[in-house]
Design a protein. Structure first.
Length: 516
């Protein structure tokens, strides 16, 4: 297929920027009959003018044994599977890892199970048949590579299913019949949602209709000889969901809700719909609407501006983490479980007392069920998320300027706790709480001021000073054994240090002697 010269130049430039591709020149020299194709997401992303370095190749016309022998002369190579015909290849003098495969065909076993297919490689198979096994048209495009003057060039673009057209129209559409494609692997239902969120595309009407018809299958199970197995493992669901959330929190939340996914994987979230809030503090609507606004705040200019007001150490690290996004999504999930109203319970107003504690418990239950900690690309910690949710009302229950230095440290400077994420969560929560027709930050700016005040009083710009004594030293000085008492003593010692009552190790020892 011919394609515009300007586009060809753009793609060739992108190709030149990747180091470690000289093996392709050597491959064509040794095997003139070879055909090398760049396939997969990188082609789609380049056509969208998005940066990508996820190089996947298909090589035709060379038997697997000969291809393996050649690659070994060019770097390190591992055969992933003989039937699959896939090699993991690391070129000499390069840290990049490339997937190099022979053309493949797949025969689905008809269960809809994740990767429940038989795959067979065939070096003679036309590239169009390899592309025909892929999920969506935008992922079924290949760039044929060639050599000119010992340089790699793009010779042609192979697009048998009009993926370019769908990219221009910004739609997600299956290769072939949607029912068949989803029936082959039900995890594709969730991949469609993830691509729609990541690329800001719409799902084509027929594909969407079938997606809705099949969505319940993500919870289906099959009996094997050894165990009951989910067709779509929770780990796969977690990967697709967190990748969606991290690319666009609100769009992911809305898209997965529209597709009824939460009905099958997290019905606890749906309880936030139509759960009322006290109008004097939440004119924005029910808990669901409040949560939507909070998630949207993660992408706002105001959020970035707020983060820049934080002291240096609390700005370190990524702007948004998986812990934060999940924390925002679940921060009020406890409200439907704790709600009391004047009509039903005789309360003075709508109340959701202890919803922070209920939410902290629920996020761990749901997170463990969905295996949210299994996503390597976006690691998260359910204990840290629960800690944030448990404390997201800290400024409702106390006045920042009255917090002790030790309270400030415990909430915002203890390494095991996500202090920076807690402040960010508080921001999204406050800016989603409408009073008088607009959101109110409340005492959050005062909290930031209090944190800076503590750092300034200690002469620190970024971090708090280390403790003067450790537990072993306390036991030796106090002549006591290990136990809960040590922790209490260390807290008193730390409070005195942060209050500048003691400044040296010697003064710390004297302080302990007075406690005997």
């Amino acid at each position: 297929m011919n394609f515009p010269i300007k586009l060809k130049k753009t793609l060739t430039t992108a190709l030149k920027q990747e180091k470690g591709l000289n093996f392709i020149v050597a491959l064509y020299k040794k095997f003139p009959e070879a055909e090398v194709y760049l396939v997969g997401g990188i082609v789609r992303d380049w056509l969208l003018n998005r940066a990508s370095h996820d190089f996947d190749f298909v090589v035709r016309s060379i038997p697997a044994t000969k291809l393996a022998a050649f690659l070994k002369t060019q770097g390190k190579v591992n055969l992933v599977g003989e039937r699959f015909g896939v090699f993991k290849f690391v070129p000499k003098n390069s840290k990049a890892t490339f997937d190099i495969a022979l053309p493949r065909i797949e025969h689905a076993l008809g269960t809809g199970g994740y990767r429940d297919v038989e795959t067979q490689s065939d070096y003679k198979l036309p590239i169009t048949e390899d592309l025909a096994r892929r999920d969506f048209t935008i992922n079924a495009i290949a760039l044929k590579l060639s050599i000119k003057n010992k340089k790699i060039i793009i010779a042609d673009l192979v697009d048998p299913f009009n993926g370019q057209k769908d990219i221009r129209k910004k739609i997600i559409k299956t290769v072939g019949e949607a029912e068949i494609r989803f029936q082959e692997d039900y995890s594709r239902l969730l991949r469609a949602l993830r691509f729609a969120v990541q690329l800001n595309f719409n799902i084509e009407e027929t594909t969407w209709w079938m997606l809705m018809q099949k969505m319940s299958q993500i919870n289906a199970q099959v009996n094997t000889n050894k165990e009951v197995k989910r067709l779509v493992p929770y780990e796969v669901i977690a990967k697709e969901f967190i990748k969606s959330l991290m690319s666009n929190p609100l769009k992911a939340f809305d898209t997965w809700d529209k597709a009824n996914v939460f009905e099958y994987i997290a019905p606890e979230l749906l309880k936030m719909k139509n759960c009322p809030q006290p109008p004097e503090f939440h004119q924005e609507g029910d808990v669901w609407q409040h949560t939507r606004i909070a998630l949207d705040n993660l992408s706002s200019k105001g959020f970035k501006k707020f983060v820049k007001t934080l002291p240096g150490v609390l700005q370190d690290g990524p702007l948004i983490t998986a812990d934060l996004v999940i924390g925002v999504m679940f921060h009020d999930i406890g409200k439907p479980y704790t709600i009391k109203t004047p009509e039903k319970d005789g309360t003075d107003r709508i109340r959701t007392d202890e919803h922070d504690s209920a939410g902290a418990k629920l996020v761990k239950e749901v997170g463990e069920r969905l295996r949210l900690t299994s996503v390597a690309d976006f690691p998260c910690d359910l204990d840290r998320i629960a800690w944030m949710i448990q404390r997201h009302l800290l400024l409702v229950h106390g006045e920042p300027m009255k917090f002790t230095n030790h309270t400030v440290e415990k909430n915002f400077f203890t390494p095991k706790n996500p202090g920076a994420e807690l402040l960010k969560l508080m921001y999204t929560d406050q800016m989603a709480s409408f009073v008088g027709g607009k959101p109110q930050l409340g005492s959050l700016p005062i909290m930031v001021k209090r944190i800076k005040q503590l750092l300034k009083s200690l002469g620190q710009k970024k971090i708090l000073p280390p403790p003067l004594l450790n537990g072993h030293e306390v036991m030796k000085i106090m002549k006591i054994k290990s136990g809960p008492e040590i922790g209490a003593i260390l807290e008193k010692l730390r409070s005195a240090q942060l209050d500048r009552k003691i400044k040296t190790k010697q003064e710390a020892k004297k302080f302990l002697n007075k406690l005997k």
